[in-house]
Design a protein around this ligand. Structure first.
Ligand SMILES: [Zn+2]
Length: 358
């Protein structure tokens, strides 16, 4: 039996043919079927059709890569291990929705199953997932089993799995407070609460890219080896973990931290923070727990950067090293420096105008 995947369907669409004929020997993945019908191609079952469809160069490759056949994929997808992972994904989906981390059909969850991945379908509220809605995909994002179409953001998950072997699960959602930081383009400051320092660490901001695009994957993958929780600029938050629940915990801790900062920024404050040497103690504790941290090797005086309260004020100064959006980086300038720069540019313009007049 031949597997006809989403990639094959896309190749078939590119041929411009209007009808796709297949026999019982060809198994269409749900993603492939959707792709064909969405492109207006008539899918016809024809017992006499050739077993291998015209445009399926990658189908055997997909099966060869994992050494599986459609029957084997079905068996794997219905194995006790897969059933347990599906239950975990549905449980975490409910928790995401209950905590208002997802809205509408937003968010997605995936986890490793051997060389393959189980992921959530597209177009479904994460609060009401059922195990039978989940999908099996390969590393290229091709759907191998499951009757619902896989999430369109699977690429971004793969960007993490491909560079972090210890990542067993990925959770992406739009928790309001972390997303507020993501749209402000601000990395939450360090040295205010131990919990995030020990269990998450720095949360960098990746620049905005179209959700699900190859460009999105490109900006996430360099950050993933050192960061389990990553802000997706003007979008949301993505976290990886050693289990589905661990990935979810990273999200919960990150959002709780951002929410606390938002509330604290409205209070009159003595602007207290965790000193660098005390943060070092937390990082030592983290090391003992076997949790890596991107700040390893920094001196205590380098750990907190500038006053974290400056970074949660009305006009924050980003003084930690973050993945900056494209364009000139003026975020590291103080307000006085920024005003000076604006003044210098204004003076230059006025000078030029005066020269033109005279
Ligand atoms: Zn999203």
């Amino acid at each position: 039996m031949n597997l006809f995947s989403l990639k094959d369907a896309e190749a078939f669409v590119a041929t411009g043919k209007k009808e796709f004929r297949h026999s019982r020997e060809t198994l269409l993945t749900p993603g492939a079927r959707d792709c064909l019908t969405e492109a207006g191609i008539k899918v016809v079952f024809d017992a006499s059709a050739a077993p291998a469809p015209a445009a399926s160069p990658s189908a055997p490759a997909a099966t060869k890569a994992g050494g599986g056949s459609p029957g084997e994929f079905e068996r794997l997808f219905n194995s006790p291990e897969a059933r347990s992972l599906k239950e975990q994904i549905c449980d975490i989906g409910r928790r995401l929705w209950m905590r208002e981390y997802t809205d509408g059909n937003g968010g997605n969850i995936s986890c490793r199953l051997g060389n393959y991945f189980i992921c959530t379908p597209t177009g479904v509220s994460k609060g009401f997932l059922k195990p039978e809605m989940l999908c099996l995909v390969d590393m290229a994002g091709n759907q191998l089993a499951g009757t619902w179409k896989r999430t369109s953001e699977i690429n971004t998950h793969m960007a993490i799995y491909s560079v972090v072997p210890e990542a067993k699960a990925v959770v992406h959602a739009h928790p309001v407070h972390a997303t507020a930081y993501a749209i402000a383009g601000l990395e939450p400051p360090p040295c205010l609460i131990p919990e995030i320092e020990v269990f998450v660490g720095r949360v960098p901001v990746a620049p905005y890219r179209t959700p699900g695009s190859a460009e999105m994957a490109e900006v996430i993958s360099p950050l993933a080896p050192k960061h389990q929780s990553i802000m997706m600029g003007n979008h949301g938050l993505i976290c990886w973990g050693t289990s589905v629940e661990d990935a979810y915990f990273k999200m919960e801790i990150t959002d709780a931290y951002c929410r606390t900062l938002v509330v604290a920024s409205h209070l009159p404050s003595n602007r207290t923070s965790i000193p660098g040497d005390k943060l070092q103690e937390l990082l030592d504790l983290k090391k003992k727990l076997g949790l890596p941290d991107s700040r390893e090797g920094l001196k205590p005086e380098q750990l907190c950067g500038c006053d974290p309260w400056e970074m949660i004020s009305d006009r924050p100064k980003a003084c930690a090293t973050t993945a900056q959006p494209a364009g000139p980086d003026t975020s590291k300038l103080t307000n006085a420096e920024l005003e000076g720069l604006v003044q210098a540019v204004t003076n230059q313009i006025l000078e030029t105008l005066q020269k033109q007049k005279s």
